[in-house]
Design a protein around this ligand. Structure first.
Ligand code: FNR
Length: 368
């Protein structure tokens, strides 16, 4: 191992982690009628026992119409679903782990692309929807207030059940992100407008309400992405100045951690700034907040070569550690590797590179 920076502890407010590795939120659709059962709890416990520093749950939907599009995606409301989540967090704690739920509303992607949307006129980037496909209901100001309140209730429940933090899903073209995007949010009231800061208003109010519910010491993470659904080329903020105008109000509203979703962590965020900082790097620099990076950590062959201490390519573990060492970000999320292998973290820490498993979509069929 070139360095062990990944395995140093991390503390922020009431959140204390044994290492810097986070399990990325990943939808698994194993919760019939929205209720996570014993198999889901055991799945997360195995990651806790496998030494994941912080587990973020799969997206779990709040109680508003059209928040979901799949009956097997867990709810974060209702007696049965919350009892299921109580079991999940108890199991994770028994396994020595820490966990936060990722609270989600799909917006127009709910109800099979006929869910709630920011405005009647709605133009998604290419990967989200085809023209005219968004047949859903444009949200009224009442719908917005109700949705903010529903996130607040879910946050209070997360804290009451004993979760260690929570994450708001503001990425990948779902409800919160739909408001950020000018084409999807063509409102003319205070929740829309030409400025990205105006289109962020719902997110700012949502963070304020969640903060009001959970108090100062409970850590709130907000997941953001520049890309939308499967359109990886689009960008919301084109310059650091635009990014700062977008994120500063969110930081002031109470975000503790920005979880900066990228497909490949080594890709520089801005082409013309003479810097190789990635998305999480820029966000940390601009806001001073804790950031999580993510994106193809551990997926490439080069990563394993670097891990084994052999000549390493830029995409290897060396590159991740170089960036971590220079404080570009604080935490590192890992997705697909943790779907196939609950013991991935231990294997990395103990240098068992020969035992690492490859990812394939087949792995999604079962909870390993
Ligand atoms: C995801 N991802 C995701 N992201 C999110 O914010 N909420 C979610 O519910 C999901 N669901 C989901 C399901 C599956 C099967 C995959 C593979 C991914 C994105 C995920 O959190 C992560 O950002 C990406 O997988 C990139 O990380 P890796 O896999 O390259 O380490």
């Amino acid at each position: 191992m070139p360095s062990n920076a990944l395995f140093t502890p991390f503390a922020l407010k009431s959140l204390h982690l044994k290492n810097r590795i986070v399990m990325a939120p990943m939808t698994r659709s194993f919760s019939p009628n929205g209720v996570p059962g014993a198999d889901v709890a055991a799945y997360y416990r195995r990651r806790a026992e496998g030494q994941v520093g912080l587990i973020l749950s799969e997206g779990t939907v709040v109680e508003r119409p059209a928040s979901s599009n799949d009956p097997n995606i867990p709810h974060f409301y209702g007696e049965q679903a919350l009892a299921g989540w109580q079991h999940v967090i108890d199991e994770v704690h028994a396994g020595g782990g820490k966990m936060g739920p990722q609270l989600w509303h799909m917006g127009v992607m709910g109800e099979h692309r006929s869910g709630w949307k920011p405005s009647e006129n709605f133009e998604g980037p290419s990967g989200l929807l085809k023209p005219g496909e968004a047949t859903g209901k444009a949200m009224t100001e009442n719908d917005i207030a109700d949705t903010i309140a529903a996130f607040g209730r879910a946050a209070a429940d997360a804290q009451r059940l004993g979760f260690d933090c929570l994450e708001l899903h503001g990425a990948h073209g779902y409800l919160i992100d739909q408001f950020f995007w000018a084409g999807m949010n063509q409102r003319t009231d205070a929740y829309g407008g030409d400025a990205l800061a105006a289109r962020s208003r719902i997110a700012v109010e949502l963070v304020q309400e969640v903060r009001r519910q959970v108090g100062e010491e409970f850590v709130i993470s907000l997941r953001l992405s520049q890309w939308k659904q499967q359109d990886y080329e689009v960008k919301l903020a084109h310059t650091p100045q635009e990014m700062e105008a977008w994120l500063q109000p969110l930081a002031e509203a109470g975000v503790d951690i920005f979880h900066c979703s990228q497909r490949r962590f080594w890709e520089p965020e801005f082409e013309n700034e003479g810097s190789d900082l990635n998305f999480a790097g820029w966000v940390k620099k601009l806001t001073g907040k804790t950031t999580i990076t993510v994106g193809s950590v551990g997926l490439s062959g080069e990563f394993l070569a670097g891990f084994a201490g052999e000549a390493s390519e830029p995409r290897a573990l060396d590159e991740l550690l170089r960036r971590l060492d220079r404080n570009e970000f604080d935490l590192v999320a890992v997705g697909r590797q943790l779907i196939v292998d609950p013991n991935w973290v231990e294997k990395i820490e103990q240098g068992r590179s020969g035992e690492l498993k490859g990812y394939s979509r087949e792995a999604l069929r079962t909870l390993v």
